[in-house]
Structure formats: structure tokens, C-alpha cells
Ligand binder design. Structure first.
Ligand code: SF4
Length: 235
């Protein structure tokens, strides 16, 4: 009984999540998948178990922040800090810290032991996010701290601000915003269907498979998926 009620709590939180603006976590992601999120396109429901794991990630962040707030060598300048308001993008960094000499944007990521064990370099999509945080906070250094959520091992990587990379990310988001406003579904990413992890875990994979690989008019495509859903409903 409780399992069903708890699962429902998580499913209800997922409903009607039409996106209105970009989040930092959209940076570097498949533009087509981000487009579908904005349009609230039909997506594969996440299992309640996976949704609970996101909450578990929040607890791990608290676990890491606790010692940081007590260590003499580190000063936590701010935690859970929103990027300054502007039109394009919103996001919240885990913390801005100082070692007495330099300031760093801190981003904490948790993952399972198998992925953690193989991690020799920071993940590109995580670097993109920290680069944007550094840009918006005007803090030229960042730290990506990875936590193995099964064994609680840690790995950290120090990053420096890369202006060219940030420019590229922002112009990509700017272009995607125009496509969203004009109802043009972006082309698939080059690694589709099997060479990019994003396609493997994509909640929009089913509808992406239904369209062709290039840019597609959203209004026409929407009619196609709606009539397909009606056909399935009448079978
Ligand atoms: S399946 Fe791949 S190309 Fe299609 S929307 Fe998802 S991530 Fe993008």
C-alpha cells in the first residue's frame, strides 16, 4: 500500500512539466531532446525508483556540505546559490567556496560505483555546466566533485574558465531558443541511434524515432503523433 502511494507522489511531481526556460543542465545536451521538453512532448515515464534516486542525490550533497562548513582551510562563501537573473538560462550551483586565495564554483555529482570506477576525467556535460556557472558568477575557477553513492568514495577535478567554450554553449542555446520559438524541431545528434549515451537513456526516443533525422516542423509532427496516439487508443 505504501509503495503505491510513495510511487504516486513521485509520478505526480513529474506531470505537466512544460519547460519555460533553459536550465544549466541543458547545456551541451541533445537540442532535440531539450526542444521536446519545452513542448511537453510525450515522453517515456521514469520509474519511481529513478525519481527517488534524484532525491537521494540531494542527500549526498548535504553529506558533502557538512564537513565543508567545518573545515578551517575552506570558507563556504554561499551554498545553493542561483545564477544572477537573465533571460536565457537559470540554474543553482551547489556552492561557491574559497581556500583563502581563490574562489571556486563547486558542483557535486553522485553516481553508482561502476561509473565512478571508470571515471578518469570529468564528464563533458558536467564541465559544460560548471563553465556556465563560472561565467555567470564571474568566478574563474571551478571544482567538480564526484561521489560514489554506493561506497562514498570521492574524486575531484579543478577546472579553469574557458571563454571560447562558454561562448559556444551560449550561442548554441541562443540558436535553440530561436528554433523553439519558430517551432522547428532540431536535427538529431550525430551519435543517434547507438553511439551517444543520451539516445540510450532518452525519454523522447520513441517520438524521435518517428521523425526523420533533420529539422522538422513541430506543428506537423505534433499532428502526426496525436493521430498515432488516437489510432493506438482505438485498436
Ligand atoms: S533519441 Fe537521441 S537524437 Fe533523439 S531526442 Fe533523444 S537524445 Fe536526441
Amino acid at each position: 500500500m505504501l509503495k503505491e502511494l510513495i510511487d504516486k507522489f513521485y509520478f505526480d511531481r513529474q506531470k505537466d512539466r512544460e519547460q519555460q526556460h533553459f536550465y544549466i543542465t541543458d547545456a551541451g545536451k541533445c537540442p532535440r531532446a531539450v526542444f521536446f521538453k519545452f513542448k511537453n512532448a510525450p515522453r517515456e515515464e521514469m520509474e519511481a525508483r529513478v525519481l527517488r534516486m534524484f532525491d537521494h542525490g540531494d542527500h549526498i550533497h548535504q553529506l558533502i556540505m557538512k564537513p565543508l562548513l567545518s573545515i578551517r582551510e575552506i570558507h563556504v562563501v554561499a551554498s545553493e546559490v542561483n545564477i544572477p537573473p537573465q533571460e536565457l538560462i537559470s540554474g543553482r550551483a551547489d556552492a561557491i567556496i574559497s581556500d583563502g586565495k581563490d574562489m571556486y564554483v563547486l558542483d557535486i555529482k553522485s553516481m553508482n560505483s561502476m561509473i565512478f570506477g571508470k571515471l578518469a576525467e570529468p564528464k563533458e556535460e558536467n564541465v559544460d555546466q560548471v563553465q556556465l556557472y563560472m561565467h555567470f558568477f564571474k568566478v574563474p575557477k571551478g571544482i567538480l566533485l564526484y561521489v560514489d553513492k554506493d561506497k562514498l568514495e570521492l574524486k575531484d577535478f579543478v577546472l579553469t574558465y574557458d571563454e571560447a567554450r562558454v561562448k559556444n554553449l551560449l550561442s548554441g542555446l541562443d540558436y535553440l531558443k530561436k528554433q523553439i520559438d519558430k517551432n522547428i524541431i532540431p536535427a538529431r545528434i550525430p551519435g543517434y541511434p547507438n553511439d551517444d549515451w543520451q539516445c540510450k537513456y532518452c525519454a523522447f526516443r520513441q517520438i524521435c524515432d518517428l521523425s526523420n533525422g533533420g529539422e522538422v516542423n513541430w506543428m506537423d509532427f505534433k499532428k502526426k503523433i496525436e493521430s498515432r496516439e488516437q489510432d493506438i487508443g482505438t485498436v
